[in-house]
Design a protein around this ligand. Structure first.
Ligand SMILES: *Cc1c(COP(=O)(O)O)cnc(C)c1O
Length: 378
């Protein structure tokens, strides 16, 4: 069986975790958390990176930092993971869903301005498959209406938009290091903070509402309760597991992109023949090979394809029931405008196996089976 995902692992992780244990420093904000934060700051150019327990928690932190309040509206796509919406729903805000573009599956930037009301406080673009949303347009709307921008860059580490790292363009950016992502610490994430002015409050909210970070740096003698907050810092052992991957991040990224290009090249003839559709990467976007998906004609063909691949030992998956059609989405949010593409395109999409270590001969085998499926249907 070729599984859909294998969690990323680099052997050095063992040494680094052992070091944490030997030094009796396993709680948050130890040596490896610091190394990961610094690495991400260097790589992306963000003013400040704070490792968190998940991307979900990074987004919750961003919602708190953006002072999102009951009744506020946050514009986002419906085609996304629940955490994009939940972070704001927890603050009593209303997710306002806008349709996606069929080419990238990202929020359609042309539809955002029309969804702005006097209650709108933020936009939460999601960079699907590590391919950037049209950020220039989004940032211009945010500026015009004084909205915060919180990038769900869960899938976007190592990707860029016009040369800028995803997660660094809006006020806040959120990465995921879940085991299904390009780099992992089991469960984990990071909050990227664009503006220095937001750093101190972020450190306080992340550390149970205390100024303990300042205390550790020796800037104050005692730490105390300063604000509302929670515990969003991961164990240093998890950071140690992640850091081993960040050290060879470029190599891992190249390996993923090679798999992606192999899929693309192998399946292009099927796409040219009009049988399937392949991912689109717009001008100015550099992606990270997070995902390789194909689109079937409709949900029925997709179901048959997934079943056929399964019979042939290949685990492929679909995801994201659009949030506006889920029970919680109906209760907490609303869809603005027409759902032209969100439901239709989500029903066509299948993700093929993609992970660090997937072998070229496995990719060839998967592509051959996809071609055989379509050959069978001629
Ligand atoms: C994975 C993912 C998340 C959640 O990440 P966690 O680290 O598991 O909280 C949020 N949004 C998107 C788009 C994701 O792909």
């Amino acid at each position: 069986m070729i599984t859909f995902n294998v969690p990323p692992y680099v052997d050095k992780a063992k040494d680094y975790i052992q070091e944490c244990v030997a030094n009796q420093k396993i709680c948050g904000d130890g040596v490896y958390t610091g190394k990961c934060n610094e690495w991400i700051e260097q790589k992306t150019g963000t003013a400040k990176c704070l490792l968190t327990t998940s991307c979900t928690h990074a987004t919750e932190l961003a919602a708190l930092l953006s002072d999102i309040r009951p009744g506020d509206e946050v514009i986002m796509p419906s085609y996304t993971f629940v955490s994009t919406a939940n972070a704001f729903v927890l603050r009593g805000a209303v997710p306002v869903f806008v349709d996606i573009r069929p080419d990238t599956m990202n929020i359609d930037e042309k539809l955002i301005e029309n969804a702005v009301t006097e209650r709108t406080r933020a936009i939460a673009p999601v960079h699907y498959a590590g391919v950037a949303c049209e950020m220039d347009t989004i940032m211009a709307i945010a500026e015009k209406y004084h909205l915060a921008v919180i990038e769900d860059a869960a899938q976007g580490i190592m990707s860029t938009y016009k040369g800028r790292a995803l997660g660094t363009i809006g006020n806040f950016g959120c990465f995921s290091f879940h085991e299904t992502k390009n780099y992992s610490m089991g469960e984990g994430g990071a909050l990227l903070i664009r503006d220095k002015k937001d750093v101190e409050e972020a450190e306080i909210i992340r550390e149970k509402g205390t100024n303990r970070s300042k205390y550790y740096r020796g800037q104050i003698d005692k730490y105390t309760w300063m604000n509302h907050g929670s515990s969003y810092l991961p164990s240093d052992m998890n950071a140690a597991y992640l850091y081993a991957q960040l050290e060879i991040a470029e190599e891992m990224n190249e390996a993923r992109l090679a798999v992606w290009r192999q899929y693309y090249g192998n399946l292009k003839p099927l796409a040219d023949a009009g049988r399937i559709e392949l991912p689109v990467v717009p001008e100015g976007c550099v992606h990270n090979g997070h995902m390789f998906y194909i689109k079937a004609q409709d949900i029925q063909e997709r179901t048959e394809l997934i079943d056929y691949l399964k019979e042939n030992g290949i685990h492929s998956v679909f995801h994201y029931i659009p949030l506006h059609s889920a029970p919680a989405g109906e209760k907490f949010g609303r869809f603005h405008g027409e759902d032209r593409y969100t439901t239709r395109e989500s029903e066509r999409l299948t993700r093929l196996p993609m992970f660090y270590g997937l072998k070229p001969e496995q990719v060839d085998y998967i592509c051959d089976r996809v071609k055989a499926f379509y050959g069978k249907r001629d």
